[in-house]
Design a protein around this ligand. Sequence first.
Ligand SMILES: CCCCCCCCCCCCC/C=C/[C@@H](O)[C@H](CO)NC(=O)CCCCCCCCCCCCCCC
Ligand SMILES: Nc1ncnc2c1ncn2[C@@H]1O[C@H](COP(=O)(O)OP(=O)(O)OP(=O)(O)O)[C@@H](O)[C@H]1O
Ligand SMILES: [Ca+2]
Length: 560
Amino acid sequence: MEKQPRLLSSQLLLKNRVFEVTLNRAILAWKEITTKKKRVSGSIHNTFKVDSYCVPVSEIVAVRETEVDSRTKDEGRWQKMSQESTEGHSSYAFTVSYVERGRQHRWRCNDVTFHCSDGLLCQQWVQSIREQLSLLSSRPKHLLVYINPYGGKQQGKLIYEEKVAPLFSRASISTDVIVTEYANHARDHLKVDVDLKKYDGVVCVGGDGMFSEIIHGLISRTQADCGVDQNCAEEKLVPCTTRIGIIPAGSTDCICYATVGINDPVTSALHIIVGDSQPLDVCSVHHNNTFLRYSVSLLGYGFYGDMLRDSERKRWMGPVRYDFSGVKTFLTHHYYEGTVSFLPATDILGTPRDKSMCRAGCYICQHNGQLLSEDSQLYKMEEDISHSAAEMQGDWQMIRGKFLAINAASMSCACPRSPKGLSPAAHLADGTTDLILVRKCSRINFLRHLLRHTNKDDQFDLAFVEVHRVRKFRFTPKQCESDLDLRQGGAGGGKKLFGQICRDHPACGCTPINSSWNCDGEILPHAAIEVGAHCQLIRLFARGIEDQPLFEDYCTPSVI
Ligand SMILES: CCCCCCCCCCCCC/C=C/[C@@H](O)[C@H](CO)NC(=O)CCCCCCCCCCCCCCC
Ligand SMILES: Nc1ncnc2c1ncn2[C@@H]1O[C@H](COP(=O)(O)OP(=O)(O)OP(=O)(O)O)[C@@H](O)[C@H]1O
Ligand SMILES: [Ca+2]
């Protein structure tokens, strides 16, 4: 690795011990060298114990001059250390706030205070660190915050005021805060009213439903500004440039959990402050060439759709509603007939059965997404051509059957209920979704499948379960299948008829013969849908789940 030139180096006091403190463009480091007496088989030896710590500049939250309490002044120590430097008998200090890693991907903001012998040196340190921080161009300075006061356990406002706002102000981030007054308030505000150029990002305090509002607002706004028609399922959507931060305060918080590794408000606030960026795939859902919704986590028909429909009536219960409705839906054991057709993603790295998972800096996402380089533009054009060629050649596969669940997971969907998620090897930004088909089976077998979401066993390694990594898929419930046959027989004309039958058929999407689609926690109004994955359409203030260190020394700043 290239060695960075030193910007500053001084001997400073920390907790009454002398440290050599150095700053370069990338790292703030401090190292203590003390002589200690050690008794070895009866005789005394002098040994050196070296305590060294370092913090990447990119993980420094802020630096400030600190008032030194006269009772704790380190004058005596300074005199011992150097007669010269303590001539004025005064002490000055500055405090650096930085990211400290805890267990299970938790981040905390920790402080370290260095004492200097003179005020000028202290100011020089503060100024130098601030200069380095100001060079970090990906950090947000001004944010628009939406708080859902009714999400999860209704703690959104409190969480923001007590845990997040103080960190933002320490990091000199200014905010405009809107507490939502009704459902879709944030979505509609973003769609039309907000001057997005004023902000470096949008933050939502709430759950997956609140996040969904934000992405609907931002994506629709971006398409409208660029003249893209969302109703056309074949349109290539324009990526949103405004990054989104999620402060988890919902019931499932799966998007936060799967992109950060934990649903913890302080951890998420710190990822926003350091200016992380994680692209995310988005699926568009259409019915009969009409746009319905976007999905980033789960599109689930059958089990998860029925569970959601039941749980909506129990909102008053808070997050446990999902467990009640989950057990009830499990006991009901409904299956649904229909046809799933899908376009497998054959030209990419990775499969849903991989043992390795999507992690921070994921190579598979980078490769499959071919981020923003000139090559990638070329690649994308070729890719588009080859996709449409594949579609025309009829690489679509079709499965007709009776299903307990049809799930499309565009990310792992890891959450506290299932830390590995619905599709553990799914990728956040590879431009695909994992289509999981659970065929009709006995209750006990379905329970085995569900239980495997919570332990190390493979939930796909069962005869009645199959999983495909796809770019697009369609579902047609049995009641609309006659139309599907027509559609395959004749190109354009069939499409019109498909819509006709679906709309006129009383059983389509609204009677108990069919299930409903759970689209990131919202019920869709139609059972017959057409889904397409859009690679890296949005960006979050996150970095993906970090690999855990091999040895469990979680006490950052990292000990060198
Ligand atoms: C025996 C224990 C089995 C546990 C199986 C747990 C599997 C959990 C998989 C979670 C997947 C979450 C996907 C995320 C979806 C979000 O876009 C959406 C919006 O927030 N959340 C939900 O739809 C809310 C989803 C909430 C899912 C709760 C499912 C609870 C199932 C309970 C089944 C119990 C059977 C017991 C039989 C005696
Ligand atoms: N002021 C408000 N009043 C009523 N509903 C609101 C308000 N603001 C937002 N909402 C709606 O509340 C719904 C649920 O919110 P949210 O996602 O924050 O919590 P949750 O459903 O408990 O959590 P999760 O989505 O993680 O399961 C969202 O669909 C959102 O549209
Ligand atoms: Ca994906």
